[in-house]
Design a protein around this ligand. Structure first.
Ligand SMILES: [Zn+2]
Length: 461
């Protein structure tokens, strides 16, 4: 038995360790090899994605309200990416990009679900939808893991992340009905059941949590925090209507964070947490009318594409570090595989972040993302070296240019004063789109009444 790395001993022991690390601190586990050129071979992987989390609304990223005290504690033993960028501003393309490590134009999925056009024109029929089904020939993270001998489990709470859309490739078991559109109580309860009975090595569990997402579409949308958190952050009597809406969203974030704390404590009672590679990410953020819009999917502002991302390596190795350089969600899958010593599929377009986790720099020179949903079409392109973000609205042709890190709120458009930079970045983004763009694969399919109504309530139809 070897002791945990000294960095762990020197850090203050947070509540996370107090709750979940007693077994590990007692020295029951050997620190897995790794980060010295040797992968965390066969480590169990717990991959949690959370719907609709703005990085800048988490106290993990400096937000004033304590929305994520558990994630803050988890980060003491994790490596946190300060600027993780989603490749789209809504669930399906973002999560497909994450699981395939493909740039969004290579996915062939843009709308996901939409009303079916009537033959001969006319208004779409409310009872018919077309579904873009993700092509089977792409290799997804769960498939690569399964080919390497992993047992793969998935728990979905989002109706876009299901077998019908082609999302479940590589999962041996996929729970997409029990907790659909439900809260973390259901999904994390299911996750705990799975982990209690799962192999202690070569096991992959992905859980998607839906909680922060709005409950009803609208302007503003309705966010319903759990009853236990309905009076949280109640110290500002002067809140206007917008502020009250945002507070409800923040309450939902805190409700989820508290539920995650309970889950990890329960998990530590039955499994050795230090054996796990834990990855936490979100699919996209949310707009709170900063630019006149609510919700997500309609733009590619930082409020929508700047998401949380952290890796808790086995043994808590390199914990407490924060990586400032921008990285992409499409880099997550190659990173997980490299950490486990599994060859990356040749089709993967992302870059492994393993060097950054080891203490080096993230080597991601450019970041691309887009949304093409319900008639809206925009993309963004970040030149990391020059700290520039270009946003192209393909509906009206307008191009905007921002200092990426200096102006996170994207309030100072430099396009008029830097036309040559705009042209150059626009050409580079256009070349990527041209090289990768696929026709959407639309398959007409009728949805049952309940699914249709839920998608309509959330604004997808
Ligand atoms: Zn989402």
């Amino acid at each position: 038995m070897r002791p945990k790395p000294p960095t762990t001993h020197l850090r203050p022991i947070g509540a996370f360790l107090t709750l979940v690390g007693l077994l590990a601190l007692a020295g029951c586990t050997e620190r897995p090899a790794g980060l010295d050129g040797v992968a965390f071979a066969e480590a169990p992987v717990l991959f949690i994605t959370i719907d609709t989390v703005r990085a800048d609304h988490l106290s993990l990223y400096g937000y004033a309200r304590p929305t994520s005290p558990f994630l803050v504690e988890l980060a003491a033993d994790a490596v946190v990416f300060e600027r993780a960028m989603a490749q789209s501003s809504w669930t399906l393309p973002s999560m497909l990009s994450l699981f395939t490590s493909l740039e969004p134009p290579a996915l062939g999925v843009h709308d996901g679900v939409r009303p079916a056009p009537r033959r001969g024109g006319g208004k779409p029929a409310r009872e018919e939808v077309e579904i873009e089904v993700f092509a089977d020939e792409h290799l997804m993270l769960a498939e690569a893991l399964r080919e390497a001998g992993y047992t793969t489990d998935g728990v979905s709470t989002n109706g876009h992340l299901i077998a019908r859309q082609g999302f479940t490739q590589g999962f041996e078991r996929f729970d997409e009905s029990g907790c659909m559109w439900g809260g973390a109580d259901c999904a994390l309860g299911r996750a705990l059941e799975i982990l209690e009975g799962a192999p202690t090595t070569s096991h992959f569990l992905w859980v998607h949590l839906f909680d922060p997402h709005f409950d009803e579409v609208g302007a503003p949308p309705t966010y319903r925090p759990p009853a236990s958190h309905a009076n949280l952050f109640d110290d500002d009597p002067a809140l206007d209507a917008r502020g009250a809406t945002v507070r409800d969203y923040d309450r939902k974030l805190r409700g989820l964070d508290d539920r995650l704390r309970t889950f990890f404590a329960e998990l530590a009672a039955v499994r050795d947490l230090d054996s796990f590679l834990v990855v936490v990410a979100a699919d996209h953020g949310e707009e709170f009318h900063e630019k006149g819009r609510w919700g997500h999917s309609k733009a590619v502002t930082n409020t929508l594409v700047h998401v949380p991302l952290l890796f808790r390596l086995p043994g808590g190795a390199h914990g407490g570090r924060r990586i400032e350089s921008p990285v992409r969600l499409l880099d997550v899958a190659p990173t997980i595989l490299e950490l486990l010593g599994i060859d990356r599929p040749p089709a993967f377009q992302g870059t492994s972040l393993s060097p950054a986790l080891r203490g080096g720099r993230a080597r991601v020179p450019t970041v691309y993302g887009e949304t093409r949903r319900a008639g809206r079409s925009l993309h963004y392109w970040v030149d990391v070296e020059r700290d520039l973000k270009l946003v192209v609205d393909r509906n009206d042709g307008r191009r905007r240019l921002y200092r990426f890190t200096d102006d996170p709120g994207e309030e100072r458009d430099l396009a008029a004063t830097e036309p040559e930079l705009v042209d150059e970045l626009a050409d580079r983004a256009a070349a990527l789109i041209e090289a990768l763009d696929l026709e959407p694969g639309a398959v007409p399919e009728a949805l049952d009444e309940a699914a249709r109504e839920r998608l309509r309530a959330l604004g997808y139809l």
